[in-house]
Structure formats: C-alpha cells, structure tokens
Design a protein around this ligand. Structure first.
Ligand code: SRM
Ligand code: SF4
Length: 512
C-alpha cells in the first residue's frame, strides 16, 4: 500500500502549486487546501510552520554556497519585511539559507525578487534534490584540485530547469543529497550524501583529473549510513550526466512503500552495488570507468575561519564565524556592504553555517578586521564557538524534541568562559535524531531526546563522539544516552578536559 506522501504526489504533483501561488496569496493561508499548505508548497521551498501559523519559511538553493552582494541584499530585504520581531535568516548545514517569517501574500513578489538576481528556492524540500554542496573556497584556494563552482551550478540548472522547476525530478521516492568535493580536506562531508564526487586522478602521474563516486550515504532517525564506493570514476564533463542517469534509476526503481526505507541506500541494499552500477551505466548509455586509486595525501579538515591568502596573489578570503548560523536583516545588509567595500561583492557559505568574504586585497584586510560587525561575527572566535553548529530546533521545527540554537549558544559561552581549548572542538547540536546538524561527523554531537532527572521528564541528548571528516572520514558513535540538558555543563566540561586537553581558566567559572 502506498504511503500518504506517495498518494498525495499521485493525486497532484508537488510542483503544480507553482501555478497557484498567486491564488494562494489572494485567498490567504487559512483557505489553502491542507495538502497544498503542509506539503506541496515545499516543492517551491515554502514551508508552513505550525509554531508560527501564517508566517512561512523559505529554503533557498545556493549551489556551492555562492552568493553575491546583490543577492544578499535581496534576501536581507525579505527578512527586513518580516519585521524586526520575526524576520530571521539561518545559514544551513547544506551551505544554504532559510528565511522566515513572511505571510503567503508576500510570496509572488518575493519570488520575483529572487528571480531578478538569479536566485531560486524551487524543489529545495520534500522528495527533491537538496542544495548541491561544493568546496566553499572553490576558485580561490591555492591547493584545490578542482574548482567545483561551475559543476554545482550546472547540476542545479539541470535538476531544477534553471531554477524554474523540473517535472522530471519532482517525484523522487525521497529526498536526495549531492556533494561535489574539490579539495583534499573534504569540506563538503562527501560521505554523508546520497551521491558524492570525490577528487581522484585516473593515472599515476596525476594528470587525468576526475572524481570517484560514492553513493547511498544518509542520516535518518532510524539509520545512519556512510556512502559506499560505486566503483566509478568520472571526468568532470560527465558529472552532470551521471547525476541525471543515477537520479533516473533512483526515481524509477527506488523503494516507495515506506518513507523510512525510501532513501537510495535501501535500493542499493536490495539490488547490491554491482547491479545498481550496471543500471546506472545502462541509463548513461556508455561504459563507466572503474574507480581510480585513492589519492593518498592526507589533509586536516579546515573550517575556513580567519584570514587566508588566495591563489590570486595579493588577495585574501576572510571566514567569519556566524554563531549557530543566525543572521538578521541588518547583519545581512552589512555583509553585502563589506563584500562590496573590501572584496568584489562575492560571499560564500559553508556547511558549518559560516560565511566567507572573498577577494580582499592585502592592504584592506586590517581595516576589514576593525569593522564593528566582526565583533558579532568574529574572524578569530574562541576554539569552542568556532566549531559550533546547530540545527533549527524546537523554536521553529515541528519535529524537534528539544531547543537547540539558544541552548547551544548559552552552553558554549559558559564553557568558553571556563576552559581554554588547545584546538577547535567541533560540537554539533541536532534537536532530534533526524541529524540535520550532522552530529555524527562532529567531535561531540548531540541529538535531542527526552531524559529523566529526579523522577521528572526533562530535555536531554544522546551524545555522539569520534566523527571525523576529511581523509578516512568515519561516523561518530553514540557514547552516552539520555543525558539531561541541565547536566551538560559538567558532562561536556569533563569530556573537554579528558578528551580534548581543555585547561580550566584560572579566573574562569568552572562550576563543580
Ligand atoms: Fe533536515 C527534516 C532542517 C539538513 C536530515 N530538516 C527536516 C525539516 C524539514 C523537518 C520539518 O518537517 O520541518 C527541518 C526544517 C526545520 C526548519 O523549520 O528549519 C530540517 N535540515 C534542516 C536544516 C535547516 C538544519 C539546519 O539548521 O541547518 C538543514 C537544511 C539543509 C538545506 O539547506 O537543504 C537540514 N537534514 C539536513 C541534513 C544534513 C545534510 O544534508 O548534510 C540531514 C542529514 C543528511 C541526510 O538527509 O541524509 C537532514 N532532515 C533530515 C531528515 C532525516 C531524513 C530521512 O531520511 O529520514 C528529516 C526528516 C524527513 O525528511 O522526514 C529532516
Ligand atoms: Fe528539526 Fe530534528 Fe532537523 Fe533539528 S535535527 S532541524 S529538530 S528535524
């Protein structure tokens, strides 16, 4: 028997609401058909939020995390229009932006504004392909192996019909994540994607560049799986075609009966990787090369925070830490202004929910570092704030079990005041086991749950540790269950001392 979402899609395609958006704006949200309101609008990237009924959220698509100052100003304008009390934007864990709290009446005009600067939010949620991630310093990193920007844009253009919506990919069995890595530190977390391209040279002389392909990675409440090798190497010019072929195989054969068993890995489980590879090859219409030997040069994971010279002599990029990814309209206008004044207007987003301003001449770096905005969004944060990532949590997310952004900020500040850390500790907070903040790739990861303390049910977390990214990445495992959030100061403080070399500050506020 088909599940509810399959029935809903069969009754009316998700993208059909595109033609109705003007009507929705005229009749108001309360008169919109419930399936359109709660589900199909997500095909346009527009989310009804039951915690703020009537005030919607939009999830953009920012391929490779590439933004320019004009686009940032348009996004800031949308946030500003939502009013100081409600307007807010978050950088997401897919190098992307979500904005809330606009009324449905504003959507047609908002889409026009997006279009005017080449932005789109189409097919960014539900059974569609999510934002295509790529190296955040593509094209400016002296050590990159490949500039991923053009490929990420091409893949998005194909899958979304240049941002207008592509009926060929509106009805996948489930969500689908694609990452294209261009450097050796794997800054996109390739192995947690359904489809990932990892740099690899085909020949020993390292002259023929391309990508090895990984498939089936995903996180869900029921199962987490690292992507596995497809035993395929593709040249850059075949990346878009491979995405298309593989997605057609998934679309036409993926399991659809149960939502929690509809991600790509379940099809691979059922068929075996060899048969899956054969089907993709058949769909491509040409033989696929087998995987190249792994590139063996190890690199430490970078977070791109701070000042870094670019491959273009005399220019720098400056990575700013955006605590829990949260920005308000005034911040966003300021980012646009700084990008224009000090750089060439370009901005980048990272999967750590941070922001990079690029192309800053050497002579202007000191002045940029003095800008008041950098007090709020520092280029040199402390080693705990630097590694903090947090999902939306129960402030807005309907499936959240606990609050995350405010709680994680407060705890991080408290721990930073009490301990010195010799290096960055990456702490990721997810408000439920869906793992949107990727806790399994963190040094310390939390997933929200209910716990018990003194006989009472309280907010808690399961704690994951040992997640590594970059070379030989592997997923962290659960080391403690149902820890009450109110005990986290002590529990995490102890972990920081015992496992990460934290030293209590002399005048700090270590509580016992
Ligand atoms: Fe996520 C659902 C937020 C990245 C796994 N995720 C949701 C929903 C849509 C829940 C809902 O019904 O509203 C959340 C929206 C809350 C809100 O109002 O903001 C939500 N996910 C997010 C974001 C915004 C977290 C963040 O604060 O950064 C991220 C948006 C990325 C983007 O720009 O597209 C986000 N979600 C992820 C990731 C990380 C990634 O993609 O690298 C994952 C794990 C990787 C994966 O998908 O395999 C992730 N989200 C999920 C899942 C579990 C998927 C599954 O197969 O069961 C759900 C639940 C679902 O889809 O049914 C979910
Ligand atoms: Fe919501 Fe859970 Fe994802 Fe956090 S991890 S955004 S609480 S679905």
């Amino acid at each position: 028997m088909a599940n509810k979402i399959e029935t809903l899609k069969a009754a009316k395609d998700g993208l059909a609401v595109k033609a109705e958006i003007q009507r929705f704006a005229e009749i108001g949200w309360e008169a919109i058909d419930d399936d359109d309101l709660q589900h199909r609008l997500k095909w346009l990237g527009v989310f009804f939020r039951k915690s703020t009924p009537g005030r919607f959220m939009v999830r953009m698509r920012i391929p490779n995390g590439l933004l320019n100052s004009d686009q940032m100003r348009v996004l800031a304008g949308v946030v500003e229009k939502c009013g100081e009390q409600h307007g807010v934007a978050d950088i997401t864990t897919r190098q992307n932006i979500q904005i809330r709290s606009f009324p449905i009446e504003d959507v047609p005009e908002m889409f026009e504004k997006f279009r005017s600067v080449g932005l789109t939010s189409v097919q960014s949620a539900m059974d569609n392909i999510r934002n295509i991630t790529g190296s955040p310093v593509a094209g400016i990193d002296a050590n990159e192996l490949y500039d991923t920007r053009e490929l990420a844009i091409q893949v998005q253009n194909l899958l979304t019909n240049n941002g207008e919506g592509n009926p060929a990919f509106t009805n996948l069995p489930r969500k689908f994540n694609i990452a294209i890595a261009g450097c050796r530190d794997n800054s996109t977390h390739a192995e947690i994607n359904d489809l990932a391209f990892v740099p690899a040279f085909k020949d020993e002389n390292k002259e023929t560049f391309g990508f090895n392909v990984l498939v089936g990675g995903f996180f869900s409440a029921k199962r987490i799986a690292a992507a596995i090798p497809l035993n395929v190497w593709v040249a850059p010019e075949d990346v878009v075609a491979l995405c298309e072929a593989l997605l057609i195989v998934f679309r036409d054969n993926g399991l659809r009966e149960k939502r929690d068993k509809a991600r790509l890995m379940f099809l691979i489980d059922e068929w075996g990787i060899e048969k899956f590879r054969e089907e993709v090859e058949k769909q491509m219409g040409k033989p696929l090369a087998s995987a190249a030997t792994k590139d063996e040069i190890a690199w430490e994971k970078r977070d791109h925070i701070g000042v870094h010279p670019q491959k273009q002599t005399g220019l720098n990029y400056v990575g700013l830490q955006i605590p829990v990814g949260r920005m308000y309209a005034s911040d966003m206008y300021e980012f646009a202004r700084l990008a224009d004044k000090y750089g060439n207007g370009d901005l980048r987003l990272t999967v750590e929910q941070n922001l990079i301003i690029t192309n800053i001449p050497d002579a202007l770096v000191p002045e940029l570092l003095q800008e008041p905005l950098l007090e709020k969004f520092p280029a040199f944060p402390d080693n705990l704030m630097r590694g903090l990532v947090s999902c939306t949590g129960n402030q807005f997310c309907p499936v959240a079990i606990v609050e995350t952004k405010n709680r994680s900020l407060a705890l991080t500040k408290q721990l930073s005041a009490a301990y010195d850390l010799p290096k960055t500790v990456r702490i990721h907070w997810s408000g439920c086991p869906n793992s949107c903040a990727q806790p399994q790739v963190a040094d310390i990861g939390f997933t929200g749950c209910k716990a018990r303390k003194e006989g009472k049910v309280v907010d808690g977390v399961d704690i994951y540790m040992g997640g590594t990214v970059g070379k030989d990445a592997h997923l962290g495992t659960c080391v403690m269950e149902k820890v009450p959030c109110e005990d986290l100061y002590e529990v995490v403080g102890k972990l920081l001392v015992e496992r990460f070399g934290a030293i209590p500050k002399q005048n700090g506020t270590v509580l016992t």
